[in-house]
Design a protein around this ligand. Structure first.
Ligand SMILES: [Zn+2]
Ligand SMILES: [Zn+2]
Length: 382
């Protein structure tokens, strides 16, 4: 076992931002003040990992992970070596105007506003070295790596007995999806819900809506396998979307038919496709809430009547995650068997297969893939 004062060698899946994915050796520094070094055990694969290959930045991939604390830096309290943890990418500073408003998920430090005032949510410069080059980590986490080094606010200790594969998924897909239903939309018992896209995040929106007591949850996807999975997680109805329906007339018509020609109370767009951004507005009743989950990029045209009447629209990031509030809630919902996580995992990989894991996700072969980093902790993986 390395000493806390030493750099550690680590395999890492890296991109230079030109669409490439390289398996490389990096060195990870001892933690500085308010930092924690983690031996990563499991990392989930998310569509954002694919997108990040083309962001033009050299960095360690992966932002959904769990592992064991390997070393703690000065000033870190309440965390100890050997503790199992999951990681979040909100990493709130607790001091900026957004954190003061309770909007930890859009913390000004994490989002890079006023670095001269609030600093950065990244670990110290030079904490990850690729040869002699200091490189970044995706979302300041970079969990496709045997070791990572993170700010202490990225770390949530796990309850005893939780599997680290499940814990990894909590860090992005589960938090984003469940939080979009419970924190952002605040779905109420008896409300009707539609979810466009039943991938890793969409399934968790569906699950959040079920936990909230929605009376009808209409799932939509281009393929039938995700719709089957959606029913398992709580969807009451499934619409197999026609890809050649540019006006979405089929989806809109079917949702109306299922809701007495009324539209749903809340509709979510969980694909990240810009083309679908305003579809939720067409699915909700007057006064309904339309939510685009975690952003999409690209130009789309809106027509003001789309918003009529009294419809609200939001682009909600990370399910409104406040880590100190929400991760304990997720743990409790798992313990009460309301929140199902282990059965979201359909595929297991080693780090050397990170590229395969991403292509299986893109092709729809996998539901949710997990990359296992180290040897001794994944006895549960098939
Ligand atoms: Zn993600
Ligand atoms: Zn902040």
């Amino acid at each position: 076992m390395p000493r806390a004062s030493q750099f550690v060698e680590s395999r890492a899946a890296i991109t230079t931002g030109a669409g490439d994915l390289l398996l490389q050796q990096v060195r990870v520094a001892p933690p500085g003040p308010d930092e924690v070094r983690i031996r990563v055990v499991a990392a989930g694969v998310c569509h954002t990992d694919h997108a990040s290959l083309s962001w033009g930045r050299t960095m360690v991939l992966g932002h959904e992970g769990a592992g064991i604390i390997d070393a703690v830096g000065p000033g870190v309290t309440g965390l100890a070596i050997g503790q199992p943890v999951c990681l979040n990418w909100a990493i709130p500073c607790g001091a900026c105007p957004q954190c003061a408003r309770g909007n930890e998920h859009i913390c000004d430090r994490t989002h890079g506003r006023w670095p001269e005032r609030f600093g950065t949510s990244a670990a110290h410069a030079g904490s990850t070295l690729w040869g002699d080059q200091a490189i970044d980590r995706s979302f300041h986490l970079g969990v496709f790596s045997d070791f990572t080094i993170v700010r202490k606010e990225a770390v949530s200790p796990l309850p005893a007995g939780m599997g680290l594969g499940e814990a990894a998924l909590l860090g992005c897909a589960v938090m984003t999806g469940v939080g979009s239903a419970l924190n952002v939309a605040q779905v109420r018992p008896g409300e009707t819900v539609a979810v466009v896209g039943c991938g890793g995040v969409g399934l968790n929106v569906i699950q959040g809506a079920r936990i909230a007591g929605a009376s009808r949850i209409i799932a939509m996807d281009l393929r039938s396998e995700p719709l089957e999975r959606a029913r398992h997680f709580g969807a009451t109805d499934g619409i197999l979307v026609q890809s050649d329906d540019p006006a979405f007339a089929d989806q809109i018509g079917k949702v109306r038919a299922l809701t007495d020609d009324y539209g749903v109370d809340v509709a979510f767009e969980a694909t990240g496709s810009a083309r679908l951004s305003f579809l939720p507005l067409h699915l909700v009743r007057n006064g309904g809430r339309a939510i685009q989950v975690s952003g999409s990029h690209g130009a789309v045209t809106a027509h003001m009547p789309d918003f009529m009447w009294d419809k609200s629209y939001s682009t909600a990031l990370y399910g409104g995650c406040c880590p100190t509030r929400d991760f304990p809630r997720l743990f409790t919902m798992m313990a009460e068997n309301k929140l199902h996580v282990s059965d979201q995992i359909t595929h297991h990989y080693g780090l050397e297969s990170a590229g395969q894991a991403i292509s299986d996700m893109l092709s729809g072969v996998s539901g949710k893939g997990v990359i296992w980093l180290t040897g001794d902790d994944h006895v549960s993986h098939a």
